[in-house]
Design a protein around this ligand. Structure first.
Ligand code: FPP
Length: 241
């Protein structure tokens, strides 16, 4: 694998990816949309492997949004099955020499009990691993995440464990699914669309965005390398000059 051109000390710490374009990829080939998702899941595995190789610390991928339930049941089931396959694979390889840790971010309560149990197990397997953390955003919505954070803080207020003047940005961050993780430095959206679609809306306040004209199933490590190269050309000022 070509990983020499990206130096570890140059890397963003956290990359977010909106895995978009699976449906169009399938349509172009006259195939049902679920085939696009299947190829998308393959592209995801290759990207995880690559991120691990180059020493990235955090990767967050948007697998299923709170709005994606509006899709036909057949398509939703196909995506859930792909996620389950990925988890089963992780169980089968749990004793392999890997430092990759998989976490799931989102509102897990709406998922099937089987999936919820698998998620718990996979997160347990990853505990103590110190390499790449992969956050799979599943039934995730940035607005929903903020509502949950506010509800949790409101409970603290009600219990007298905090006071309104103690509520600050850090407290909010501590109640997000990504608590304890750095904000994404770089967010990539392939497929030609240029919007955030409710992905990491709080965490993306200072992220650099790279939009690429490639459908997710065709997205390769070279595309990620290119996005990192573009990121390095940006001048991040964080509100300064
Ligand atoms: C967006 O493309 C993609 C999704 C809503 C699903 C993404 C899911 C996967 C890549 C599989 C997940 C599996 C693992 C193992 C992480 P779209 O369907 O909206 O594409 P379109 O805009 O071309 O219709």
């Amino acid at each position: 694998m070509e990983n020499k051109r990206v130096r570890r000390d140059d890397l963003p710490k956290h990359i977010g990816i909106i895995m978009d374009g699976n449906g169009r990829w399938a349509k172009k080939r006259g195939l049902p949309r679920k085939y696009g998702h299947r190829e998308g899941a393959k592209a995801f595995r290759k990207i995880v492997e690559y991120c691990d190789k180059i020493g990235l610390q955090y990767l967050t991928v948007y697998a299923f949004s709170t709005e994606n339930w509006k899709r036909p049941k057949d398509e939703v089931d196909a995506i859930m099955n792909l996620l389950e396959e990925y988890m089963d694979e992780a169980f089968a390889h749990q004793n392999d020499d890997t430092a990759v840790r998989t976490r799931f971010i989102g509102d897990m309560g709406a998922l099937s009990i089987v999936l919820q149990e698998k998620i718990k197990r996979i997160e347990q397997i990853g505990q103590g691993r110190t390499g790449l953390t992969v956050n799979v955003a599943l039934n995730y919505g940035g607005r929903n995440e903020l509502v949950h954070a506010v509800q949790a803080i409101a409970e603290l207020l009600e219990q007298g464990k905090t006071a309104p003047e103690q509520i600050d940005e850090q407290m909010l961050c501590d109640h997000l699914y990504t608590a304890g993780q750095p904000d994404p430095d770089l967010i990539i959206r392939p497929s030609g669309e240029e919007r955030l679609s409710n992905f990491l809306i709080w965490q993306a306040a200072y992220s650099e965005f790279v939009f690429m004209d490639v459908l997710w199933p065709d997205f390769k490590p070279e595309h990620l390398e290119k996005a990192i190269e573009i990121f390095h050309q940006r001048h991040r000022r964080f509100g300064g000059i």
